[in-house]
Ligand binder design. Structure first.
Ligand code: ZN
Length: 278
């Protein structure tokens, strides 16, 4: 398998909370969920530590194990929890969390897993790539997010709506009927979307954090097919360049209302999954 990737923080001064890693047979992408401004957590490590520690553990496991991907993820979540449950208060429900995408080639199969709102594009040569994304989070939070966006930042009403939004996120996270993300509860792994396809059918696979997928699913400036073509031709960094260009053209979010002007953005592109040129 050949893998190229690019990953950039929202701004140069901001630590990148996305994690990307790959071997010749596996790739992982995690998007750490930033804590809202003013919210403190019972964990002293932070989101970047969480996404990078879990991501590195998953990558190591993927090269050693042929177990189903949800089992590897569940064990990874348990291990990271054990690394800080004695020093941090993980009972408050605001522990660091991350979305997860895993890809593994074993023998003649390609296995994938997607947890929460990162995106996996599976290009089998069909007219449209298969798009895998768990959008429970976005469905659940849309009304509350729309309320926040309709209010003027800096006003008491905006602050109150923001507080309610953050409370809702904490209420829905890793609960039945809510949304699931990697944090401290290994049951989240059972909620991931998974699949397996013969390697010979796969031309390429792209893994995207939502900071990169927004060119399509928020800005509507490209189709998924165009993104696969762009990354294939110019590399993953080109996708992020185009996202940043769109963001710069709308710094106040007037055209595309969004919580953060820019977000950490990562794109991974895998080809030659069958061991020969597609
Ligand atoms: Zn901690």
């Amino acid at each position: 398998m050949r893998v190229t990737f690019a990953s950039e923080p929202a701004t140069p001064a901001h630590p990148n909370e996305d994690f990307v890693g790959a071997t010749a047979d596996a790739a992982v992408l995690l998007d750490g969920a930033s804590a809202p401004a003013g919210v403190t957590s019972g964990c002293s490590h932070g989101v970047r530590w969480y996404s990078h520690t879990l991501g590195a553990l998953l990558l190591a496991e993927l090269t050693e194990s042929t177990e189903p991907l949800p089992e590897i993820l569940a064990r990874g979540i348990e291990r990271v929890t054990s690394l800080h449950q004695d020093t941090c208060d993980l009972s408050r429900g605001d522990s660091p969390s991350a979305t997860v995408v895993m890809l593994r080639r074993t023998g003649d199969r390609v296995d994938w897993l997607v947890l929460c709102d990162s995106v996996l594009l599976l290009d089998t040569g069909a007219a449209e790539p298969t798009v895998v994304c768990d959008d429970r989070l976005n469905h659940l939070l849309k009304p509350s997010r729309d309320r926040v966006r309709a209010l003027e930042p800096g006003t008491p009403e905006h602050a109150e709506a923001m507080r309610e939004h953050v409370a809702l996120v904490n209420e829905c996270r890793n609960r039945d009927g809510g949304f699931w993300v990697a944090s401290t509860d290994p049951r989240a792994a059972e909620e991931a979307l998974t699949g397996s396809v013969p390697a010979e059918k796969v031309r390429a696979v792209a893994l995207l954090s939502d900071g990169a997928s927004r060119l399509v699913d928020r800005f509507h400036l490209a189709t998924w097919r165009e993104v696969v073509g762009m990354v294939d031709r110019y590399g993953p960094a080109e996708l992020i360049r185009r996202v940043r260009r769109a963001e710069r053209s709308d710094p106040d979010g007037k055209r595309w209302p969004r919580g953060k002007p820019s977000d950490d953005a990562s794109a991974v592109y895998c080809t030659h999954l069958n061991g020969h040129r597609p």
